[in-house]
Design a protein around this ligand. Sequence first.
Ligand code: PLP
Length: 387
Amino acid sequence: MVHYLDHAASTPVCPAAVSAMTEVLTEGFGNPSGSHRLAREANRRLDAARASIADGFGFAPGNIVFTSGGTEADSMAVHGSLRRAERRRPDRRPQLVCSAIEHHAVLDPVVGHGGTTIGVTVDGVLDLGHLHTVLGHLADADAPVGLVSVMAANNETGVVQPVAEAAAITRDLAPDALFHTDAVQFGAWHDTAELADVVDLMSVSAHKLGGPKGVGFLAVADGVELPAQQIGGGQERGRRGGTQNVPGIMAMAAAVDTMVAERDAQATRVRALRDEMVERILASVEGIVVTGRSGPRLPNIAHICFAGVESEALLFLLEKDDVMASAASSCASGAQQASHVLAAMGVPDALARGSVRFSLGYTSTPDDVDAAVDAALGAVLRIRDRG
Ligand code: PLP
């Protein structure tokens, strides 16, 4: 039996999403942009899905631009904001600003454009003072800021970020900038309605909340003109050309409905399982650090650094015991590289190299926790004995 503890990477598609998707694949295959009865039927389904997804996240249907997932939504936010700022001030090069712990879908285009990253505390929380200073300097220099992007919760550590505070600082010091939040991890566990009121742009991905991969959306607040990055076809009110992924969107809508109905109960249940797992690992394994424990965290992520252990070796042994987790560091061109998130938090490289993310989800059980605790203890002892 597999103990799947990698829900933050992708959570299983929920039964309601599977049946919604199957129905569209077998029966509702019309192109929603067409004019005959089957096309109109597909369009009606799309409208209904859009309305329920928007409602689930605190937006209106017209705010939702369907995308191929979180990466495209993030990319649309960054590049669209950049184009918008260039149009507004053609004489000046727009500045892009994001937290140093963003997902690469935001971080890479921002850094690639020469943007500024805002630091985090040792607990992995955005340094609001740093954001204030950076935006203050840019304002003094009359530099137009195209975008400020702060994720709602980090995908490695699960640490929840002070998005409303960051948005308020942005409104104050860079009123022309768009404020974006990547809510890909946060949205599966928390109501986003309050965030929806303070951001211009929000990214969401279906496969983190019980929908399929390859579908998500960017919510664009009322009155925000975001130049399209993909044109032709005029879909999504000209904001994203291309025939919509109707089966994926219908499945996402069903997953969102299920998630909204069960979210609070699941969050309480999963948090208890996660906390028990962490306490038991802490009690049985020496030399470990649990990341970001002091502040608000998503209920499902446990990010643990094991001193003197390489995460690759640990994951290999965990998998032998049918425990599927993931490394919080990325492996680029064969060489283990410390994660940019842990580096930004100042976690020493030697500790960061032994970091593992266990992430739970709606299918997690006490058996999974037992298996993870036993496997982690056994694996660490074996690795440390060898060393
Ligand atoms: N943003 C965050 C915070 C994520 O965790 C992920 C996926 O891991 C993405 C964006 C990318 O989403 P997608 O896999 O749908 O492209």
